[in-house]
Design a protein around this ligand. Structure first.
Ligand SMILES: [Fe+2]
Ligand SMILES: [Fe+2]
Length: 408
C-alpha cells in the first residue's frame, strides 16, 4: 500500500516537475519564473512558508529574492563567507538539525528563525554558488521520502540553472553594452575617415568645397522623408560623401574649366564610373552604395550617363543622390553656371520632373524642405547649408502648390 502511494506521489511529482520545467523555460520574465518555481515546490510538498535567496558575491550575503507565506521578512539577509560555501554540499537537502552545528547557521540563527527554515538547499551550478532555497515545515509534518528528496533535488537543479542563466544574461547584457560603445566608437572613426576622404575629393575644386558633405546631408533628408530604415539612411549618407570620389583622378584644370571641349567633357563624364570602380572594391556594410554612386548622373529619360538607364532601371538611392547633387550644383556658384536662388532652384527641379528627376523622390525633397522651413524637423539637413536670402513664406507657398500638384 505504502509503495503504491509512493508511486502515485512520484508520478504527481514528475508531472509537477514537467510543469516547473515549462515554467522555467517559458518566455516569462526572470522574477515571474522564480516566483513560479517557488510556488511549484511549495505546492508539491505542501509547504506553506518558503523563501528563495540569491547570493551576492560582492557583499558575501544571501539576499531575499522571493518568498511565500512569510510576513515581515523584508530586508532579511544571511551572511555567508567563502569558507562556509566551500563546505556546503551542492544542491543537497539539509534539515535544520543537520545545519545547526554549522558555523554558518550559528552566524545567522535569527534570520533562519525569521524564515522559519526547516529545510535548506544550497543552489549551485557546477562550482558556482548562486543562492539557496529555504523551506518551512510541511503541512504533513513528515520528512521527505526518498522519491520526494530526488524530486526536490531535481527542482533545486532547475532553479539553480535559472539563476545561473540570469547571471549569464546580465553578464552578456553588460558585454553587449560595452560592445555597442566600441562599435559606436568605430563608427565614429569610420565616418570621420570617409568625411576626410570626401574633403579630399572636394579639395580638388574650390568651387565645390563641401559639396560632397551637402549632397550626403540632402540625401539623408530625402531618405528620412521616405521613411528609410536608419541603417539604409546611413548607407546613403556614405554614398553621398563618396559619390564624386572618381574626380580624384581627374585633372584639376579640367574640373575647373569654364568652356569645356568635347574631349574634356567626355573626361569629366567618366567620374561616376571611376567612383564605382573604387567603391565596389571596398567592402561596405551597405551593399547598394556602389550602385548609387555609379548612377548619380543618370536621368529618368535615359539621357544621363554612364549607362543611360531609365526611370524603372534606376534605384531610389541613385535617384536621391542625383537630385541632391543637382540641387547643390544649382544653389552654389560654379565656373560654368550662375548660382540660382532657392526659389529658382525649386522651380527648375519641378520643370525637370519626369525628364531629369523622379516625381516621388522630388516630392519627398519638397516636403522635407517645407518641414525644415516650418521648423518641424529636429535635425534639419538642408536649410543650414543654404543662403538665407529667401522669403520663407514665399517658399512655403511655392512648395504647397508644387506638392498639391504632385499629389493630384
Ligand atoms: Fe558627380
Ligand atoms: Fe557631385
Amino acid at each position: 500500500m505504502q509503495k503504491n502511494w509512493d508511486l502515485k506521489r512520484l508520478i504527481f511529482n514528475i508531472s509537477s516537475l514537467v510543469h516547473l520545467g515549462q515554467e522555467v523555460t517559458s518566455s516569462k520574465g526572470f522574477n515571474e519564473k522564480i516566483k513560479g518555481a517557488l510556488y511549484v515546490v511549495t505546492g508539491i510538498f505542501s509547504i506553506p512558508r518558503a523563501a528563495l535567496l540569491i547570493y551576492n558575491s560582492r557583499l558575501h550575503s544571501l539576499d531575499l529574492l522571493t518568498s511565500k507565506g512569510l510576513k515581515g521578512i523584508d530586508g532579511t539577509i544571511l551572511r555567508i563567507e567563502h569558507r562556509h560555501i566551500k563546505v556546503l554540499k551542492k544542491n543537497e537537502i539539509y534539515s535544520i538539525k543537520e545545519l545547526q552545528n554549522n558555523p554558518f547557521y550559528k552566524q545567522n540563527e535569527t534570520a533562519f528563525k525569521t524564515l522559519q527554515t526547516r529545510t535548506f538547499i544550497p543552489l549551485f551550478v557546477k562550482e558556482e554558488f548562486l543562492g539557496a532555497l529555504s523551506l518551512g515545515r510541511r503541512l504533513s509534518r513528515t520528512s521527505y521520502l526518498q522519491s520526494e528528496a530526488d524530486t526536490l533535488r531535481a527542482i533545486a537543479n532547475q532553479i539553480s540553472t535559472t539563476l545561473h542563466n540570469s547571471n549569464l544574461f546580465k553578464r552578456l547584457a553588460r558585454k553587449a553594452t560595452e560592445n555597442k560603445k566600441l562599435y559606436e566608437n568605430m563608427r565614429h572613426i569610420y565616418h570621420n575617415t570617409v568625411q576626410a576622404f570626401a574633403a579630399a575629393i572636394d579639395a580638388k575644386d574650390v568651387y565645390t568645397k563641401n559639396h560632397s558633405n551637402r549632397v550626403a546631408k540632402i540625401s539623408v533628408a530625402i531618405a528620412r522623408e521616405l521613411s528609410w530604415k536608419d541603417k539604409d539612411v546611413e548607407g546613403i549618407y556614405i554614398a553621398g560623401l563618396l559619390h564624386d570620389i572618381g574626380k580624384i583622378v581627374l585633372d584639376r584644370v579640367v574640373i575647373r574649366s569654364k568652356n569645356l571641349t568635347n574631349a574634356e567633357m567626355d573626361e569629366i563624364r567618366k567620374h561616376p564610373k571611376i567612383s564605382y570602380d573604387i567603391i565596389s572594391k571596398i567592402k561596405f556594410p551597405w551593399k547598394d552604395i556602389s550602385d548609387f554612386v555609379r548612377h548619380h548622373h543618370e536621368r529618368i529619360d535615359g539621357k544621363g550617363y554612364p549607362d543611360s538607364l531609365r526611370d524603372k532601371e534606376l534605384s531610389d538611392g541613385a535617384k536621391i543622390i542625383a537630385l541632391a547633387d543637382a540641387f547643390d550644383a544649382m544653389t552654389t556658384e560654379r565656373p560654368y553656371q550662375k548660382k540660382r536662388t532657392l526659389n529658382e532652384a525649386l522651380i527648375e527641379i519641378k520643370e525637370c520632373l519626369g525628364t531629369q528627376f523622379d516625381g516621388n523622390i522630388s516630392k519627398a525633397f519638397f516636403k522635407t524642405i517645407q518641414k525644415e522651413i516650418k521648423g518641424e524637423l529636429k535635425d534639419p539637413q538642408v536649410l543650414p547649408y543654404l543662403d538665407k536670402d529667401f522669403d520663407p513664406s514665399i517658399i512655403i507657398m511655392l512648395l504647397e502648390g508644387i506638392i498639391a500638384e504632385l499629389s493630384a
